[in-house]
Design a protein around this ligand. Structure first.
Ligand code: ACO
Length: 343
């Protein structure tokens, strides 16, 4: 059975910086830089311009990852696209990315499967686990895994929405998961979910049990009330479960691989909230130099946080061949996951 390793990483964030003060001065949100930094660690985030879709961000991250992997795009056997902000209800962003990559063009067109993963902040780890299994089974040699989000279009950028809107940003990260006979790669991964909390962090927009699924006015125009239009989050409950689940799944994944936390050279945590990650760090006694953060620059980019962290750490030389690293995430669903990789 081959090993599955990450042969290339890439990321892209849109150029427009939105600082905490911009949320107040440009968007009129009743907030302060101090409130947001103290509770989340976020100083600024990126917002894509109108007209830019999730697969557009994913494309630029994917192209960088494919180039780093040293393969041609036609070497890909599968695309897995993790996002909660796909362009449309259906189809998902994976097929748009396939087309934008040019995989459907010309005599060398390659109509590889394109799978969309809808596991929110854990989406990248769900996608990585799936890609690893596809590679280890021999079904695929190279799988493109993308995590990308355009949150800025679906944030309630008013005082009413400030508790959620100040947390999120746009961005994309990508990796190529490839087969190798070398002794390296994804060593262990574990995923979990607890559907009892499905509504605790959700953006419901429509209700398929209703007829029609979105209420219409007399003119037949769909009308969505604010509580359905925008994301809902019970922040304190999310915080409590995030720290418990992330600590547990990290320990379980270390046990699966037969190592203690001390054997891990670097930890890549989902970037939802600096305080969640500091809590985990303190609970597990992880030294500061083993942790990478970028939440202060990008906010929470949901499925994109971990692949962006990986790509940045590789680009800056912090993440090097031979390191043993751990990835860990938690999010809406509730869903969570962790993975250990020999880089
Ligand atoms: N600026 C100023 N005031 C705000 C803001 C803001 N941006 N947002 C909320 N407030 C106000 C609220 O309106 C409330 O005011 P009130 O007391 O007059 O009603 C007050 O601050 C306290 O609100 P809480 O929601 O209780 O604030 P809390 O201390 O819980 O902090 C936070 C909110 C930061 C979201 C916190 O609950 C948290 O960190 N939760 C974790 C959730 C998370 O990180 N989610 C990310 C997505 S899920 C994931 O990726 C894991």
């Amino acid at each position: 059975m081959p090993n599955a390793f990450i042969s290339g990483t890439g990321f892209y964030v849109p150029p427009r910086r939105v600082t905490n003060d911009d949320l107040r001065t440009v968007y009129g949100i009743d907030t302060t830089h101090e409130w947001i930094v103290k509770r989340t660690g976020i100083e600024e985030r990126r917002f894509a311009d109108e007209g830019v879709g999730t697969s557009d961000l994913g494309l630029l991250a994917a192209q960088a990852a494919i180039e780093k992997a040293g393969i041609a795009k036609t070497d890909l056997d599968m695309i897995i696209f993790a996002t909660l902000s796909s362009e449309h209800c259906f189809p998902g962003s994976g097929v748009y990315l396939q087309e934008k990559l040019g995989l459907c063009d010309g005599p060398n067109a390659k109509f590889v499967p394109a799978l969309d993963v809808r596991n929110q902040c854990s989406g990248f780890l769900y996608a990585l686990g799936t890609a690893t299994s596809m590679v280890k089974s021999g079904a695929c040699k190279h799988v493109l895994v993308v995590g990308a989000e355009v949150h800025s279009a679906a944030l309630d950028l008013t005082a009413r929405g400030r508790g959620v809107a100040s947390l999120f940003g746009d961005g994309a990260g990508a990796v190529v998961v490839s087969a190798t006979e070398e002794d390296r790669g994804v060593r262990a991964w574990k995923l979990g979910a607890d559907g009892r909390f499905a509504d605790t962090l959700s953006q419901r927009i429509w209700d398929i049990r209703k007829r029609p699924f979105i209420p219409q006015n007399a003119e037949g125009v769909g009308q969505i009330s604010p509580e359905f239009m925008w994301a809902y989050m019970d922040g304190k409950l999310v915080f409590k479960h995030a720290v418990e689940r992330m600590v547990m799944v990290l320990m379980e994944t270390c046990m699966m691989h037969g190592v203690t936390g001390e054997a891990i050279d670097m930890f890549f945590f989902h970037q939802a909230n600096m305080r969640i990650n500091q809590f985990i760090q303190q609970t597990l006694g992880i030294p500061e130099e083993k942790i990478v953060h970028n939440i202060h620059r990008y906010g929470n980019t949901t499925a994109a946080t971990i692949p962006i962290l990986l790509a940045e750490a590789e680009e800056t030389g912090r993440l090097r061949r031979g390191m043993k690293i751990a990835l860990c995430s938690f999010g809406s669903g509730f869903t969570w996951g962790a993975a250990i990789i020999d880089w």
